[in-house]
Structure formats: structure tokens, C-alpha cells
Design a protein around this ligand. Sequence first.
Ligand code: 6PG
Length: 245
Amino acid sequence: MNPTLRVFKNIDELSAAAAQLFAETAAQAIRERGRFLVALSGGNTPMALYRLLAKEPYHSSIDWSHVHVFWGDERCVPPDDPGNSYGQAKQVLLDHVSIPTDNIHRVASELGPAAASDDYARVLSRFAENGLTFPRFDLVLLGMGEDGHTASLFPNSPVEATTPTLAVTAHYQDRPANRVTLTPMVINAARQIDFLVTGAGKADTLSQVLHGDFNPLLYPAQRIRPTDGQTIWMIDQTAGSKLSS
Ligand code: 6PG
């Protein structure tokens, strides 16, 4: 299925649409399978979405008791460190909705990369289905860096990972370098993948990722191609300013 591109005037309109899509996807998953498995993204872009989900109507309309949150990647700093993606989502969303603590499956980032990656793979295996060692996520939220990375799949990182999780070290902006990431094998098994990308600084890269030559070593976001799912790119006009019509 070809990716869907949705262009919004600004991050507020994008986040409002992403919140509605999150709620609809959750309702369908819970209706059909009794649970909603979602992998959240780190970074700044999804924070407005997370804040919206903590408020009405989503605070009440989403059946949080059947929602299980995971992360597409995590920085290997303690959970209370300002750079921890779980901690960021906890502060603006998870502490404000009635999601059971047992439904929050953070990466044990305090263990260090290798041990945290192994531990997270074990957590994923508890939700495995269809003979796999990991779950088929109903929704994976992803961002994209100005270098074309997504989750913690960075340029020149291992192309064909055969494990569900990887410990990686990567330097991006002023963020923690040691990380754990889901691999494309897991992300691409998802039913739905929503990329949230804003800002003029990503326009050139986004044009390459969406319309340039296939070069996943240089643009890891191009490795995200669900085997039997839908990808929706939700971008603002500035990020989309270099896209050909
Ligand atoms: C992280 C994210 C990472 C992020 C991109 C975009 O841990 O930082 O998983 O992949 O989505 O770097 O980040 P921004 O949304 O802050 O631009």
C-alpha cells in the first residue's frame, strides 16, 4: 500500500488530526482485538499530540484500560532524566490518563544499551503473535530527524537487523547517544505507522526520503515500509515545502 501524505498548516492542526487518528485507531483495535498496542515516538514533534491526548475529549473517549504503550526507541538515560522519552511522555500524558501501570512498557534504560535491548526484546515477546517474537503493533508513531533517521535507526546503521531490538550509539543534536531501538522488522509488521514531521529544517531530507532514490543506508526512514499495513506521513507545510506537487 502506498504511503498517504497529509499536509497541515502548522503543528497544532497536525497534532489535532493525529490525536483524532490515534483515538480512531485505538477504538478499532480494542473493538477487533480487545487491546491497542501502540509504540510512541520520542523527540519534540509528538509532544503536542501527547498533551492533546491527556485532555478531553480523548481523556475520556479513549478506553485507556485496554491501551498498552511501548516506545519505538529510547535513550539510555534514567527514566527521570529530562532526555528520557518515557519520562517525557509520562509527564505530559501517562500521568494524566487512566492507563494501568502494567500497560506501560518502557525500555529499562537504566540497564545500559545492551542489557536494555535484551530486556526490551523479552518484553516484546510477551505480546508476540503469529509465531513471531514480537507483537504486531496497531500503531507506531515515528518522527524523522534532519539526517533522515527514524526511531534510532541512523544513517549507516546496520541495514538488515535480524533482532527485534538493537542497542545503538548515535550522535544527534544534544540528545543522549546511547539508545535502544525497534528494528525495521518490528516496525514494518505494524498495522499502521504515522510519521509526524514538521519544520523547514527537514524539507530537503523529506523530499529525498519520499521522492528521491531508494538509499536506506543514507535515509533510514526509507526502510519503513510496512509489509501489510498503512503508512501515513503527517507533515506541516514547511516540512513539505520541497516536495514536488
Ligand atoms: C528520539 C526519536 C527520534 C525523533 C527524531 C525527530 O528518540 O529522539 O525517536 O527518532 O523522532 O529525532 O525528533 P524531533 O521530533 O524532536 O524533530
